[in-house]
Design a protein around this ligand. Structure first.
Ligand SMILES: [Zn+2]
Length: 372
């Protein structure tokens, strides 16, 4: 909340100061008195722009992974992932709505609503929906209707792109070349950056081309290694995109699963089943089996997760019933450092935790493929 107040250019300075006083009071109350006295307003405001550890009370339980978290990026702009963190940790909604329009639904509720919708589908429809989450997460109304076809009326997870000011650049929006969802437009000083929140780290970022603009979309110049040419799309009420939670908890993990499948197909002695749907469709999404003659059969049942906070993810997974089989939770490669923490939290629940790259290496080793 304090970071949002700090970064909101429209907030009158007096209002900002009084809000920060409130938040400082809340923060101090979490510290032992002798430490609380040492956090003055200057230390508080500086602390917001550094790794959060210095502001947090001494950890009573295993680290919450917040210590290293930064709320602002290198340009002093509030980081995109802060929004997901608030959802995943259920920061109270009315507090969020004072600043943002997005704090409406907690991640878990929306993820559950998505999976309940998916669970009601036949195995065939389920596979189709998972593919559509990746291939048609945003676009023109007519095009989306045609693609989603029979599932369109049952899948009310779309919002109008023109309602999302963060995705608009002079009346246009730009789909990410990897996930096809609207990229974020960030202005700092006289430059405007356009990037996918999930894929910027993999090189999906652009800069707005300077100079003479015609009437069409503002041209973008790629600044990252994966910044292939993208075309602007009009941000009209006729263009829709999946809600943010469905993109994050539906589209992104499905992309991880597809990447895994693509890395494994064609390996010797290896069978990869996508969305087997044999038990309940949402319990695991990828079934990998390696049968080398003369050796023990190896099986992985995989569920990919793309949560921003592994602490919140652990909390959600702990609430699940213990499964009748071993489950492999797969995280994006950039969360490799979190896998030990998550494994420890899930001990006794028949879940192991790995990353896309590590699982591919493990399967290649099991089937005898040469290491890459
Ligand atoms: Zn993307």
């Amino acid at each position: 909340m304090a970071a949002a107040a700090e970064s909101d250019p429209l907030l009158p300075p007096a209002r900002r100061a009084s809000m920060l006083m409130d938040y400082l009071g809340v923060l101090r109350a979490t510290h032992p008195p002798e430490r609380a006295a040492a956090i003055d307003m200057g230390a508080f405001r500086r602390g917001l722009r550094e790794p959060l550890g210095a502001l947090l009370p001494p950890a009573g339980e295993p680290a919450d992974r917040f210590d290293a978290l930064r709320l602002f990026d290198e340009h002093g702009v509030l980081r995109d992932a802060v929004e997901d963190l608030c959802r995943e940790h259920l920061v109270p909604h009315p507090a969020l709505e004072r600043h943002w329009t997005w704090g409406r639904v907690r991640a878990e509720q929306e993820e559950r609503r998505l999976y309940e919708t998916l669970r009601r589908l036949s195995p065939e429809e389920y596979r189709r929906a998972r593919t559509l989450l990746c291939e048609h997460p945003a676009g023109g109304l007519r095009e989306l209707r045609r693609a989603w076809d029979g599932l369109w009326m049952r899948f009310d997870f779309f919002e109008t792109v023109s309602d999302w000011p963060w995705s608009r650049l002079e009346g246009w929006w730009y789909p990410c070349p990897m996930c096809r969802w609207p990229m974020r437009v960030v202005a700092h000083g006289s430059t405007v950056d356009v990037r996918c929140e999930a894929h910027a780290a993999r090189g999906v970022h652009y800069r707005c081309a300077p100079g003479g603009r015609g009437s069409g979309p503002v041209p973008l110049v790629g600044t990252g290694r994966a910044a292939v040419a993208v075309q602007g799309v009009p941000a009209t009420t006729e263009h829709l995109a999946l809600t943010r939670p469905v993109w994050r908890y539906g589209t992104l993990p499905t992309l991880l699963e597809l990447a895994l499948r693509d890395a494994l197909v064609g390996l010797p002695h290896t069978r990869v089943g996508m969305w087997p749907g044999t038990v309940r469709p949402d319990e695991y999404d990828l079934h990998i089996e390696v049968t080398v003659p003369g050796r023990r059969r190896r099986v992985w049942r995989v569920d990919a997760k793309a949560w921003e906070s592994t602490t919140a993810l652990a909390g959600m997974l702990e609430q699940r019933d213990v499964l009748p089989y071993a489950l492999t939770i797969v995280l994006p490669d950039h969360q490799a450092d979190d896998r030990h923490f998550l494994t420890a939290r899930l001990r006794g629940r028949r879940m192991t935790v790995t990353t896309v790259g590590r699982l591919v290496a493990a399967v290649r080793a099991a089937c005898g493929a040469v290491p890459r």
